[in-house]
Design a protein around this ligand. Structure first.
Ligand code: FA5
Length: 339
């Protein structure tokens, strides 16, 4: 038995000195000292020798095995070091090689414009509130003084989910929610997506609005004009011409539509602005007292102003884009030109 152990040791050591890589070393370990290894088999075979001889042979086998394990460990360290050196020489990084181009994303122009608008409003003391895109008929129309058979509904034909639920056609629904939830003084803006059955160069079925509402004592049309002029000049520059046109919204009285110099022709008149030299950007007006009363606000004590920006129109005005649709086509070539 002792002879057998010695022979196996010599054979193993001969093999071990020739090993030059970690994979062969791992196979070697399995072969000799693994669970099914040859030294383990010797230990198992001890049950066949007389009981009194077992401690002696056990000790011999274990000491050989221990020696082998130590040599394996040393070899492993050496081979690891060799492998590291190989990697360091072979896998050198060439720092002079030109870098690969990585495409970087950027904020979408619509979000840029929306952020700019909101920042300007926050600077003027407005609080930002958020509201649902799926609205009830009551908030989108009824409470805004647009009853079921009112012709103003035709201008805002939208997508109905049920008889009573609609993809909101205007963020003005948020005027009602804000006035129900807050007591005057109220000064909020509410951004979001809006939907209408519209489609041409300046109309999209999905677009974005930013609603503004101020309710307090003694709010007048002068406040509305001053506020919007300041806001538009902050956004488009001092030289931008701003035009207030009388208009009609059932929820404001009086009502106006507000235009700014057409970006494509600079005010000279072109097909885009239908020769007018102006581009319509928003609707606004003094909150109709009936709407204040619908929300439980005393219209004798309080008055309000409201406005609704068309953010997409702002974006195409600011970036001189010929069609609103280009904002939604996700054409990276086009979007990346807008810095
Ligand atoms: C309204 O939606 C009113 N809620 C605005 C308002 C708010 C009036 C508060 C009074 C008080 P109007 O339908 O005009 O109004 O739309 C407002 C702006 O949204 C327009 O000036 C235009 O810039 C934009 N807009 C309207 N329809 C579309 C569309 N289909 N695609 C892109 N922009 C649109």
């Amino acid at each position: 038995m002792e002879e057998k152990v010695k022979l196996l040791e010599t054979e193993a050591l001969k093999e071990l000195v020739k090993i030059e890589d970690l994979k062969t070393l791992a196979d070697f370990k399995v072969k000799y000292i693994g669970k099914q290894g040859q030294f383990t088999a010797l230990l198992r075979g001890m049950k066949e020798i007389p009981a009194e001889d077992r401690p002696k042979f056990g000790a011999i086998i274990n000491s050989v095995r221990e020696r082998l394990e130590n040599i394996i460990e040393e070899t492993e360290e050496k081979l690891n070091l060799k492998e590291l050196e190989r990697k360091l020489t072979e896998e050198k990084i060439d720092i002079t090689e030109p870098a690969k181009n990585t495409e970087r994303g950027q904020i979408h122009p619509l979000n840029k414009v929306m952020n700019k608008l909101m920042e300007a409003c926050v600077e003027m003391g407005f609080t930002v509130v958020d509201g649902p895109e799926i609205e009830t008929d009551y908030y989108n129309f009824e409470a805004l003084n647009i009853p079921k058979d009112h012709p103003a509904r035709d201008m805002q034909d939208s997508f109905y989910i049920t008889q009573n639920l609609i993809m909101r056609s205007q963020t003005s629904a948020m005027q009602i929610r804000a006035m129900e939830a807050m007591k005057p003084p109220i000064k909020i803006v509410s951004p979001g997506r809006t939907y209408r059955a519209d489609s041409d160069a300046t109309h999209s079925p999905v677009f974005h609005q930013l609603e503004g509402l101020v309710v307090d004592e003694n709010i007048s049309m002068i406040d509305l004009k001053a506020l919007l002029t300041k806001l538009l000049k902050m956004l488009f520059g001092e030289n931008t011409q701003i035009r207030f046109r009388p208009s009609f919204f059932p929820f404001t009285e009086p009502s106006v539509e507000v235009d700014a110099t057409c970006p494509m022709c600079g005010g000279k008149g072109c097909p885009r602005c239908k020769g007018s030299g102006f581009m319509e950007l928003l609707g606004a007006g003094m909150v109709n007292p009936k709407v204040l009363e619908n929300c439980g606000i005393d219209s004798k004590k309080y008055s309000g102003l409201a406005f609704g920006f068309g953010v997409d129109r702002f974006a195409i005005t600011e970036y001189k884009v010929p069609s609103i649709r280009m904002m939604f086509e996700n054409d990276i070539k086009f979007l990346s030109q807008i810095k």
